[in-house]
Design a protein around this ligand. Structure first.
Ligand SMILES: [Zn+2]
Length: 405
């Protein structure tokens, strides 16, 4: 029920386990500061609570309909390294090892997932998320500890945050491993932050990595990205019974640290240590049309192959009053790049587009303001991407309907 998140595995190898998982974060007095940062954001931004509640309502509605995002989500990652010592200026190889761990953990290809306890193994999810390292920026800053509350982000702002997962690697200080921002917060502060000694995995250490065991398996970022994907701590950030809004995660009393032994029973159930199908569904919703991270999905597509990028098939079936129907496709500047009108009744038209990278808005209009279905015939339209995923299908609208593609 409420709680847990993820970590595949066992525990035995996951020394780190910071995953939002059952295993977690308080080992060796190192903690995730996401909830502290959220509390500060809620206090300073009176609209944030409403926005997050709106997202929660949207998420729960989508989960109830059983709708799940299809295909693989590719998330371009942009890393911003801010260092005050040479040691903190970690190598490209160390950062790349972090991307490797993220790709393994979010595709159920981490070697330790098979160690999942039998009672949970059927719930282990392949998130079908692919992380691609797009760029690394490096900045020297004499501040030795950058602290919490997004202080690093004002000096070193996010790179294209509507389509890139930004990761700040900087020495937070204190006992903090990292923190993340949930969907709904300002784009300018969107992303995850963690300290350099918790970035990457010793499994790939070429002898130059700067890591602090036992948090040296790359699971800090796996955990923080889980928050960015709208997952809450499986222990509900409270006592037993506080929900993480996911149904297939058992309640847990608190985080686990180090290498916990299964079973560890709290809240009348055994603690869990992996990402679950329920969590995957919850995270997938945020990328759907209308979701808070739809721009990522729309910008990068279902990906998997380059052939998917930018390919859109638009199909229109007119109703009994085709002369009322028109549509246009605008680019991010608002310039119409495709449009159509003057159609014949009850006829199917198909358009294939190969759009350059960017944001587009498709709008369909009915001049009589009664849509193309269903009072005056059964007209309909659909937008399908290059991987066969239907971005939108419909026809029952008023004067117009707008879709971001
Ligand atoms: Zn956390």
């Amino acid at each position: 029920m409420l709680n847990k998140v993820f970590s595949w595995a066992k525990i035995s190898i996951i020394i780190l386990t910071i995953l939002i998982i059952g295993v977690s974060y308080t080992y060796a007095k190192r903690t995730c500061a996401t909830m502290d940062v959220l509390a500060q954001q809620l206090a300073s931004n009176p609209k944030l609570a409403d926005k997050m509640q709106e997202i929660e309502t949207f998420t729960q509605q989508r989960i109830l309909t059983g709708r799940a995002l299809q295909g693989i989500i590719t998330l371009p990652v942009h890393v911003i390294v801010v260092y005050s010592t040479a040691l903190q200026n970690i190598s490209d190889a160390q950062i790349e090892s972090q991307i490797t761990v993220l790709n393994q953990d979010y595709s159920k290809t981490n070697t330790d997932w098979t160690n999942t306890p039998a009672e949970f193994i059927d719930l282990v999810a392949d998130y079908k998320i692919q992380f691609t390292l797009q760029g690394i920026e490096r900045y020297f800053d004499s501040t030795s500890e950058l602290g919490l509350y997004d202080s690093v982000k004002s000096a070193y702002p996010a790179y294209q945050p509507s389509t890139h997962l930004n990761m700040w690697v900087c020495n937070i200080g204190g006992d903090y491993l990292g923190y993340a921002q949930f969907p709904g917060g300002d784009l300018s502060t969107d992303g995850v932050v963690f300290s350099p000694q918790y970035c990457g995995s010793s499994d790939y250490d070429d002898g130059t990595f700067y890591l602090d065991a036992p948090f040296d398996k790359g699971r800090t970022a796996t955990h923080e990205v889980g928050h960015w994907l709208n997952l809450h701590h499986i222990w509900g950030d409270g006592a037993c019974g506080v929900s993480d809004h996911v149904d297939d995660t058992p309640d847990a009393e608190d985080s686990n640290g180090g290498c916990p032994t299964h079973p560890h029973n709290t809240c009348s159930s055994n603690d869990m240590f992996m990402f679950t199908e329920g969590q995957k569904t919850r995270s997938g919703v945020i990328f759907e049309s209308g979701g808070p991270r739809a721009s990522w999905y729309n910008a990068t597509g279902c990906v998997g192959t380059d052939a998917c990028d930018g390919a859109i098939t638009y199909t229109l079936l007119t109703d009994n009053f085709a002369s009322e129907t028109s549509w246009d496709l605008k680019n991010s500047s608002g310039t119409v790049i495709q449009s159509g009108s003057g159609y014949t009744n009850n006829t199917t038209y198909t358009f294939n587009w190969n759009l350059a990278e960017g944001q587009y808005t498709f709008t369909i209009y009915d001049s009589y303001e009664d849509g193309i279905c269903c009072a005056q015939g059964n007209g309909s339209y659909s937008l399908v991407d290059g991987c066969g995923t239907t971005l939108k299908s419909g026809g029952d609208f008023g004067s117009s309907e707008i879709i971001r593609v």
